[in-house]
Structure formats: C-alpha cells, structure tokens
Design a protein around this ligand. Structure first.
Ligand code: ZN
Length: 543
C-alpha cells in the first residue's frame, strides 16, 4: 500500500488528470519511502487509481477532497474573499494564481483511463522517471562505466536535468497548491521529492547490481554523470528571461544562459501573476521523451610528488613556446609527465614545483621538489613498486633529468611544498667572470660575508611579466673558489627568491649591493647551478 493520506487525494487526482506520471505524483505527495519509487510505474499507477476511486473511504473521511476534483475556475474565484483564512505562511496571492488553469471535465475523464495515461509523456519529468529509470537504463550506464575501465571502489551517481524541468515543476506546484488552498491545506514546495532524488532511489541499486555490487554512495571520488536533454521543450524557460533579465546574464563558459541555477533564481523572483501569464498551468503535454546524453565518468585528481634534478643547460622547466612556436624540443615537465600520465591513465596534468630554474641553470644535489595533479585518472592505486618502476622509466628515458622520491601524496600534503617558501633557503654555485684580473687573495674576503641584505628591483628580464617592486633578500653565506685570473666559482646560500644573476652583474644598479660593487670590477655570471632546495617535502623514500 502506498503511504498516502486523505489530503493527497486532491494531489493525485489533479496531477494524474494533468498528465503526470505515477512517480511524479508520489513526489508531489511528498512520499519519501524509497521503495515506493522502485515499483514498476504501472503498478504504482494502478494503486493511485484505486486510491482516488475509493470514494467510500474518501467521502467518510474528507468529503471535500473528492468534491474538489474537477471544480472549475468559478469555484476558485468564489473562495477568493475568504483568503484571510489561509495560514499566514502562504505567500502567493490566490486571485492571480487561479487565472488560466485549463482544467475541467476532460481531465477528470482522462484520469480514469490508465491506457490513455500510459501513452503520454509525463508533463513534469518529461519521461525520465517513466521510461529512463529502469534496469535497462541501469545496464546502459554500467556498460558505459565498464568501457572506460576505471579503478574505483565506490561511485556517486549525478544527474543533470533540462532546466525547463524546474519551470514545469513550479507550474505543477502552483496548480496543486491552488487546489489545496481551497481546503486550507498548506503545500510547501520544499517537501516535494526532487526528480533527481527519485531517479537515484530507483537507479542506484540497479547500477550497483550491474557493476557487481560496487557501492553507489552519496560521496565518492568517482562520479558517474547522466545527463538528459529535451529540445522539444527548451523554449519553456524563455519567458523567464523577459521577466527576470538580471538572472540571465551571458557567461563565458556556458552555451546557454538558461542554466538550471539561473532558472531556479528567476523562479524565486518571479511573481505568480507574471508566471501564470506566460506559462501554462499545468504545463503542456510533451510529445517526446527526454534524450539521455553520453554517460560521463570523472575521477577526482590524484597527486604525485617527487624531486627532480636537471643536468642540461638547454632544457626549460615547462614547454617554451613563443608566438605559437616551440623553442626547445622538450621540458622537465614533459619528460616527467609522459610516463606518469600513462601509468595513471590520466587525461591531463598540472605541474608545480618549489620555485623554478632558468633554462640554462642546472639543478643538482637532492633536486627540486615538484608535484603533479593528475586529472581524471583511470588508475589511482599504484603500489610502491609500481611507483618505483615509473621513476625508473622516467630516469631511463633521458639523461637530462633524474627523478627521486616519486610517490602519491594527498592534495593537502601538496600545500606543504608552497608553505613558507619565502623563508626557505637555496644553495647555488655560480661560475663568475671578472673584467679585472684577480688574485686568490682578492676574493678571499667573500668568505667572511654573512647575512648580506640585498635590495632587488624587479629584474629587467622579468619586468614584462611581473610588477615593478623592490624585494629585500638575504644572502646568508658565500664562498669563493679561485680558478684563474678572470674566473672563480662563487658558492651562495640565500633566502629563496633571491635573483642570483642580478646579484652578480648588478642589473644596471637595480640590485644593491651587488658583486661588481663588492669586487670593484665588472663581473658576470657564466654558469649557474642550484645545489639544493631546502624544502623537506616530499619525504625521502629509502632506496
Ligand atoms: Zn514524471
């Protein structure tokens, strides 16, 4: 037996005659027992028919409920003066709401004929809960998921409905509400079960069964989206744009301004009088059923992290493209990404690192921490052994880079890499050229310099992409290693973010003090190596 109350008779009667499917009728009766939706539609329809034709029962409990069915507009108008008796919660003016309701004898006849109902597409769900919500559809969804070959334990089913469904739902609600109003019965829109909910209640179990018992849950890293469109009734929303123009502003990413969100917003704003002027109540009967679109699968990102060395002075960190033309054949990012993408079977990635080096700078020592967000990975559970193999694949693919400590990390852990980046230190070795001849003792004083504070105006070479500012950075320690009268190696330990090249050549006086001033001769930097990036993340993996 359906858990329906006497007052639901009006709702059932009204909606069946208007052309609602049995499941939509249950929704409007606020039936929240999931199993009620899982019964075959035909069976539910039969029960609903029996419920409203049960005149004996009905008349004994609430004679008004049955009398009200099929009443014409006149009787609505007659009750207008009594509007003051309505509960104060009723927001909508009755006199406007009763206009244009095309109900009457025809509807009352129709509801008694189940065959006639069967041949009609539901005026609210547009067939979704009638024909697109059963074992056959569940099998199609499961097949689409299987074909993608994802690795997952649970999934969340998400449903995207045509926006006009909201308009139709609203129209039906007004239709029923006005009828109930006659009997001083309040009918809150929020109590109606959503189409999405009802769809999931029916489908979740069926899809789970088709996927050999995988749990279909409300929250999961793996999302299966089902989308329905209904071009026939797309124009249903259009009158809202004239009524509430501010709700429908064009946005870059959306094809249509009639998004579900915009329509819901407009429905909250529009007065019932305006709504009923342009929208039939109840909604017109559609000729066709919604079309299901391709099932979309999306796995939340997985994050991988490690450290890389760069041994080449002609390898950029990221692809170097100027005016659409590639300048260098590869990049650190691409050399690392290729094997990682294929192992996780991910569609795309975002690469980030703790700072970056110029194309001509090597990164030695323990390397530079990096992390990759792998978008929509089909695999997500790689073992330690598999990660190690992947690392070897990267390392064998090129002698320009080397990766260590490659591991899967959480999104939260990734922020550790950027945390306090400014406070971290970095060590470098630079090959310096001097214009004047130098002796070993000329540069010995450099070793004594401790915590030298340097003001750096944004370097000329990056001024095109960074704002002009003065940065203060600290060079903690330096040491000099004499090579010949015009060359020496300079070791530096600095605060992260120090512009080393500019400190050496002075950048036309934009960095002060600089090495030229300290040595009282022109100096330039010929080679630069990063010796260490002192970020203790990701954790080292013992060999
Ligand atoms: Zn329906």
């Amino acid at each position: 037996m359906l858990p329906l109350k006497e007052k639901d008779k009006v709702i059932v009667q009204q909606l069946l005659s208007a052309g609602c499917c049995a499941r939509c009728v249950l929704r409007f009766c606020c039936v929240s027992i999931q199993s009620a939706y899982r019964k075959p539609c035909q069976e539910t329809l039969g029960e609903l028919q029996a419920f409203i034709s049960d005149t004996q029962n009905g008349s004994s409990k609430d004679p008004a409920a049955l009398e009200a069915v099929g009443e014409d507009d006149k009787s609505h108008d007659a009750s207008v003066p009594g509007a003051g008796e309505d509960p104060p919660s009723k927001r909508i003016k009755l006199e406007t709401a009763t206009e244009g309701q095309p109900e009457g004898g025809a509807g009352a006849e129709e509801q008694l004929n189940p065959k006639n109902q069967e041949s009609h597409v539901c005026i609210v769900c547009l067939g979704i809960l009638q024909e697109l919500c059963d074992a056959t559809q569940a099998m199609k969804i499961a097949e689409a998921v299987k074909a993608e070959d994802y690795e997952f334990d649970t999934l969340v089913l998400s449903v995207s409905l045509p926006a006009q469904l909201c308009v139709r739902e609203y129209s039906c609600w007004l239709h029923v509400k006005n009828e109930l109003r006659q009997k001083n019965v309040a009918f809150c829109k929020d109590d109606i079960i959503q189409v999405k909910e009802a769809f999931k209640w029916v489908m979740q179990g069926l899809v789970a069964k088709e996927l050999s018992g995988v749990a279909v849950v409300t929250k999961s890293v793996f999302e299966v989206s089902v989308e329905f469109t209904h071009p026939e009734t797309d124009a249903d929303c259009h009158f809202l744009a004239a009524a509430c123009p501010d709700c429908f502003k064009p946005t870059k990413n959306k094809q249509s301004v009639f998004t579900r969100m915009a329509v819901v917003k407009a429905l909250e704003k529009i007065s019932d009088a305006k709504f009923l002027k342009d929208c039939p109540c109840p909604p017109a009967r559609p000729a066709t059923v919604c079309s299901p679109q391709d099932v979309q699968c999306l796995h939340l990102s997985v994050f991988a992290a490690g450290r890389y060395n760069k041994f080449s002075r002609s390898l950029p960190q990221t692809p170097w493209v100027i005016d659409g033309e590639r300048r260098m054949e590869s990049s650190v990012e691409e050399l690392i990404a290729a094997p990682v993408l294929s192992a996780f079977r991910a569609k795309a990635f975002n690469f980030s690192s703790s700072g970056r080096e110029d194309v001509d700078v090597r990164t030695l020592g323990n390397g530079r921490p990096f992390a990759m967000e792998l978008l929509n990975p089909h695999r997500c559970r790689l073992s330690r052994e598999e990660m190690k193999q992947m690392q070897e694949t990267i390392n064998n693919s090129s002698d320009k880079i080397r990766v260590r400590d490659l591991q899967i990390v959480s999104r939260e852990a990734m922020s550790r890499m950027k945390e306090g980046e400014e406070e971290k230190t970095k060590s470098y070795t630079a090959l310096i050229w001097t214009q004047s001849e130098i002796q070993e003792e000329d540069i010995a004083f450099i070793d004594q310099i401790k915590d030298l504070s340097v003001d750096q105006k944004t370097p000329l070479r990056v001024l095109h992409r960074r704002a002009l500012a003065v940065r203060q950075r600290v060079i903690h320690r330096m040491n000099a290693r004499y090579l010949d009268p015009h060359h020496f190696y300079l070791g530096l330990k600095t605060q992260a973010g120090t512009y080393i090249k500019e400190f050496v050549h002075g950048d036309f006086g934009r960095t002060k003090p600089n090495l030229c001033e300290l040595l009282k001769t022109e100096t330039d930097i010929l080679e630069l190596d990063v010796e260490s990036v002192d970020v203790d993340w990701p954790p080292a993996i013992p060999e």
